[in-house]
Every structure is written in structure tokens, then in C-alpha cells.
Design a binder for this molecule. Structure first.
Ligand code: GCO
Ligand code: MN
Ligand code: MN
Length: 408
């Protein structure tokens, strides 16, 4: 393999224990791989060159473990991470596996279930803080319905809000410097999940008491399941200063919840996402929330983990090539007129600027008729991704010599 694509700690690649630890069970078939203990999984991640390991409380500490076992397990895990050179950038709570959560956790109709969800999350936050996590993820996998008569969604959202407000205050009171990241998903395991898209989460955050400590954790698969454009979703989160974490994987829209390796199904979408993350100055973890195909053994899991990071780094290099590709850059500068001479007028309303805009002579018909060269642009990007561009000249291997008006 090409050494230029070896992961470095500065790349901030992380994996959940549940990702490389996924034994390949699905609704139709049993596990195909052994269930490895957390420390063996950290060893595997160190071996493939990951920087971080993330976890749900019960990936590490069994749900029914007595307090003294919990302390020992967390201590040993922390030591193993230190010894193997991995950090724990993010932690989260499992509020979906146990039958008590069958009708939700924070949005359950039963106050006892909601109180248990709070109790479990406070304990899980303590574990995260002890392991040095900086981000705490909330994925409300069971917060939803199949039967809409069972819950007033307004009440459900209100309960969700109360719980997040409560937990923000808990962190502040404990002196933890954790930030929360809400992860949206439209469905699965519920028929419909509350806060189904990152856009819903962004709107919800603005209603929170401590909105400054809450951001989002968009996931490629979840946005695709909702039929959305992950690149646009992440851009909006960045524009609002709310991209605290990101879940990288892949998903073909309209299928089951696939959790495929990043870039495996939609490499072009993955490219635009990597380009955005890299060029926006995003400094958070690049977290892979996916798992190996069910056809794989543990060597296949290593291939999966290495492949995830390698794809990211290849796409990062492609983004650099795109910045240096003179043909693409020429096209982009022709396309992006940024308002031209009119830009200052449009910055802010004033009576004077409104009058000047009112007097502009704009060539409506001409602008409507002009071609925008997006066919060429898209083909250039495709060819860059296919690896057939001449890097030095920034042109296709056989450039179509065609001038702007179509004449040779
Ligand atoms: C899923 C989700 C989960 C969450 C994880 C962290 O579809 O199952 O993506 O993997 O990301 O529970 O909160
Ligand atoms: Mn998911
Ligand atoms: Mn996820």
C-alpha cells in the first residue's frame, strides 16, 4: 500500500468499540465473528493506526455490573488506552438495547423510564469524563413511535428538551468540560424517530437552556436515509458553529440501515464531504461509525478499518489536487461571480442601496440564456476522482479542446 495514505494521530481518526467489535449479527442471521473484549479491540485499533476509540457505557461496563467492577473495568481500560497510545475523544450512552427502552428513554411516556434514562446517562457521562472524552453524543435511537396515537410529539420534544437541559446542568455542576452532540436519524430501530434530521436538531438546539454547549453529530447514512445531502447538512452545521462531531460511513438511500465503510457506496459524496471538512478548518474527530461486511472475519475487520482511513486520506489528497487543477480552478472562477460589482450593494439594506439596486440594468434574457459549464466542471471532477487527469497541466488525459462558445 502507498505510504502517503498511512493514518497519523493528527488525522484524528476514531472508531467506536461497537464498530470494529460488530460481530456481524443482523435481523436474519447470527454472529459471524467472535465478540472481542474492549481491550482487544483497542489493540486492534492501535494496530491499524487509529487515533481514538469511542464507546457506549455498556460497550465497556455491563449494564448490571456492581460499582466496584465498574471502577476496575474503567481503570484498566484507561490504562490500556494510555499504553497503546489511543485517546477517548467521545463517549455516549446505550439507551436502546435494554427492553426498558422499548418505547424510548428521554421521551418515554413512563416517568420511571425517563428517570432511569437520566440516571444511566449521568453514570455514563461520569465514565466518559473519567476517560477524558471531550464530546458526549446523544443518539435517540428509541425516541420515537410506530403508533402515533401513543405519544403527543409536542410532549415528546418537551421531555427531550428537559432531559438535555438537565444533563447540561449536571455537567456544569460536576465541572466537566464536555460538549454535547445530537445525532439525528429518521427511522430504525423505531418506525419514526424524533429529531429525524440534523436540521431538526439544529432547530431544537436553539430552544435549549445551554444551547452553547450543544452541537450536532451528523452521520452520512442517517442523512442519506432521509434522502438528504450530507455535504449540505454538514455545511449548515459548520456555518452555525455547531459541527462538534461527525459519523462517517456509507448508505445507499432507500435500503436498510447499511453502515457501510466510508466511501464504499457513494465515493463522490464522500469526496465532497472530506473536502468540506478539510477546507472548513473542522478540528474535531473523524469518527467512523460503520462496520465490516458480514462476509468478513477479523482480518476483514482490519481491512475495513484501514480502508476507511485510507479512503479519507485519498479523498483529502484529491481535494488538494482539485485546488491545484488549473482547468477546474479556471472554471470555478468563471462560475463564481460573487455578485460582481453589485456585491457591496447587497451586503446590507439601506434606502440608498435599495435605490441603486432598483436602478440596475440587468441583462435578464442574456443571463437566462448563458450556459454555466457545469457539465464540464462535473466531468473534470469525475476524472480527477477516477485518476485520469494530468496532474501537472490540470487537464484530462485527452482534453476536449473546446472554447467557451462551443467552437474548436
Ligand atoms: C446507529 C447509530 C449509532 C450511534 C451510536 C452513538 O445507527 O445505530 O449511528 O451507531 O451513532 O449509538 O450514539
Ligand atoms: Mn447509524
Ligand atoms: Mn452514528
Amino acid at each position: 500500500m502507498n505510504d502517503n495514505y498511512q493514518p497519523q494521530p493528527s488525522d484524528r481518526f476514531s472508531f467506536g468499540l461497537w464498530t470494529v467489535g460488530n460481530p456481524g449479527r443482523d435481523p436474519f442471521g447470527d454472529a459471524v465473528r467472535p465478540k472481542l473484549d474492549p481491550i482487544s479491540l483497542v489493540k486492534l485499533l492501535a494496530e491499524v493506526g487509529a487515533w481514538g476509540v469511542c464507546l457506549h457505557d455498556n460497550d465497556l461496563v455491563p449494564i448490571d455490573a456492581p460499582a466496584r467492577d465498574r471502577d476496575r473495568i474503567v481503570k484498566d481500560f484507561r490504562q490500556a488506552c494510555r499504553d497503546l497510545g489511543l485517546v477517548v475523544p467521545m463517549a455516549t450512552t446505550n439507551l436502546f438495547t435494554d427492553p426498558i427502552f422499548k418505547d424510548g428513554a428521554f421521551t418515554s411516556n413512563d416517568g420511571r423510564v425517563r428517570a432511569y434514562a437520566l440516571q444511566k446517562t449521568m453514570r455514563a457521562i461520569d465514565i466518559g469524563a473519567e476517560l477524558g472524552a471531550k464530546i458526549y453524543v446523544f443518539w435517540g435511537g428509541r425516541e420515537g413511535t410506530e403508533v402515533d396515537a401513543s405519544k403527543d410529539p409536542r410532549t415528546a420534544i418537551e421531555r427531550f428538551r428537559e432531559c438535555i437541559d438537565y444533563l447540561c446542568s449536571y455537567c456544569i455542576d460536576q465541572g466537566y468540560s464536555l460538549k454535547f452532540a445530537l445525532e439525528a436519524k429518521p427511522n430504525e430501530p423505531r418506525g419514526d424517530i424524533f429529531l429525524p434530521t440534523t436540521g431538526h436538531c439544529l432547530a431544537f438546539i436553539s430552544t435549549l437552556q445551554h444551547h452553547e454547549m450543544v452541537g450536532v453529530n451528523p452521520e452520512v447514512a442517517h442523512e442519506h436515509m432521509a434522502g438528504l445531502n450530507m455535504h449540505h447538512t454538514v455545511a449548515q452545521a459548520i456555518a452555525m458553529g455547531k459541527l462538534f462531531h461527525v459519523d462517517l460511513n456509507d448508505q445507499i438511500p432507500g435500503r436498510y440501515d447499511q453502515d457501510f465503510r466510508f466511501g464504499s457506496a457513494n465515493p463522490k459524496t464522500a469526496f465532497y464531504l472530506v473536502r468540506l471538512l478539510e477546507e472548513s478548518g473542522y478540528e474535531g474527530p473523524r469518527h467512523f461509525d460503520s462496520h465490516a461486511y458480514r462476509t468478513e472475519d477479523m482480518d476483514g475487520v482490519r481491512d475495513f478499518a484501514r480502508g476507511s482511513m485510507r479512503t479519507y486520506l485519498i479523498l483529502k489528497e484529491k481535494a488538494r489536487q482539485m485546488r491545484e487543477d488549473s482547468e477546474i480552478q479556471d472554471l470555478l472562477s468563471r462560475i463564481n461571480k460573487h455578485g460582481g460589482d453589485n456585491a457591496p450593494l447587497m451586503k446590507r439594506y439601506s434606502k440608498d442601496s435599495a435605490r441603486k439596486i432598483g436602478e440596475l440594468q440587468i441583462d435578464r434574457a442574456g443571463l437566462g440564456a448563458a450556459g454555466l459549464e457545469y457539465e464540464r466542471l462535473d466531468q473534470c471532477v469525475n476524472e480527477l476522482l477516477f485518476g485520469v487527469r494530468d496532474r501537472e497541466r490540470g487537464a484530462s488525459a485527452k482534453p476536449p479542446a473546446r472554447s467557451r462558445n462551443g467552437r474548436k
